[in-house]
Design a protein around this ligand. Structure first.
Ligand code: HMG
Ligand code: MG
Length: 312
């Protein structure tokens, strides 16, 4: 099987994960979660969102999180930014990288950012040059690439066009989002074939939610097509509050375990990652869906029971 020797995990748990939780996680716990992800060897982390707190109250403490995290050398931290106000606050809070986002379908665009796709593009035309002038790299997401919660099927050519437009603005990478987790491997191959005809694979990332259990299969197809940046969320936290029915992201543990077992290196320590997710689950107050995490915690519990029986 043709696979890369190495893949980059772009961790979105502190942002995509926590934006969708009903419990307000305290700022100090968010920072602990991010520190634990860094300790696990993750080098690319989306730590928060500088969006309107009226729209995403869960991340209203974005500036405090950005100021509170340690930033070890070699770790890149990014945050979502929807407009000039978000960019200004992100820069003032010490962010050195940002991510912009829009949708491939008009209805999700209106529901998510209260803008048409064209309005979103003109906002980015305004803010991306400011970010680049400040030497802040910009990543971009195209959401609803594989299906829209309001419109259903989405024209793959819309994604091809938007990806080109975003790259022409100077965005360094475009992440293709399966916002509601409906993509299948054949569809991923179709969309990537179209996009990669015009864009080098290193400029594209994939961002799968796992609503129907197809995220790992979609990820495998992407790797075989040359994609080496995979967005994932510790424990499988995640979802978009403006995409009804969307489940958590592809779990970081699940994809890292699969990659390592196929000799694709990530630089991530799986035990430490599982510990970061276990801690996050106590912050959000519920179990996380990652299959690897469940198996790992089960193994630890059995080992503890054996040790207790042995010492009694
Ligand atoms: P709006 O209501 O049209 O705009 O929101 P507004 O300018 O009237 O702003 C409303 C209020 O928010 C105002 O406050 C603004 O000042 C304030 P008020 O005057 O009423 O007191 N405001 C802000 N405050 C802080 N920071 C800001 C900011 N901007 C405005 N940056 C807006 C438009 C874009 C702001 C809003 O719709 C918004 O924030 N949307 C974000 C929604 C969101 O974060 N969704 C989830 C992320 S996308 C996702 O998860 C998908 C992804 O993971 C990929 C995938 O899975 O496909 C990326
Ligand atoms: Mg997402």
């Amino acid at each position: 099987m043709k696979l890369p020797a190495r893949a980059t995990i772009y961790e979105v748990g502190p942002r995509d994960g926590l934006q969708n939780e009903s419990r307000q996680v305290p700022t100090a716990d968010k920072i602990r979660f991010i520190d634990a992800l860094v300790a696990a060897g993750i080098k690319d982390i989306e730590i928060t969102s500088f969006v309107s707190p009226k729209w995403i109250p869960q991340l209203a403490d974005a500036a405090e999180v950005a100021r509170g995290v340690q930033r070890p050398a070699g770790v890149r931290m990014s945050a979502l930014v929807p407009n000039k106000r978000g960019l200004d606050t992100a820069l003032a809070s010490g962010m050195k990288e940002i991510a912009i986002f829009l949708s491939a379908s008009e209805t999700h665009s209106k529901k998510n950012i209260n803008k048409t796709i064209a309005e979103a593009l003109s906002t980015f035309d305004e803010i991306v040059p400011h970010a680049l002038a400040a030497k802040v790299p910009v990543r971009a997401y195209v959401s609803t690439v594989f299906g829209c919660p309001y419109e259903g099927d989405v024209d793959p050519e819309a994604t091809v066009r938007l990806t080109q437009q975003l790259r022409e603005m100077g965005v360094y990478q475009v992440s293709l989002g399966d916002t509601i987790g409906v993509a299948n491997p054949a569809q991923v191959e179709d969309v990537l074939t179209r996009v990669l005809a015009r864009t080098p694979a290193e400029d594209i990332a994939v961002h799968f939610h796992d609503t129907q259990g197809t995220a790992l299969a979609n990820c495998l197809v992407s790797l075989q097509m040359g994609i080496t940046t995979i967005d994932a969320s510790a424990g499988g936290l995640g979802g978009c509050p403006y995409a009804p029915g969307a489940a958590g992201n592809l779990a970081t543990e699940d994809v890292v375990a699969m990659l390592h077992s196929m000799n694709v290196q990530t630089g991530i320590d799986l035990d430490k990652l599982a510990e970061a997710s276990r801690t996050a689950s106590t912050f959000v107050g519920h179990e996380l869906p990652s299959k690897y995490l469940k198996a790992h915690l089960g193994k630890q519990a059995r080992a503890r029971r054996r040790a207790e029986l042995g010492s009694s």
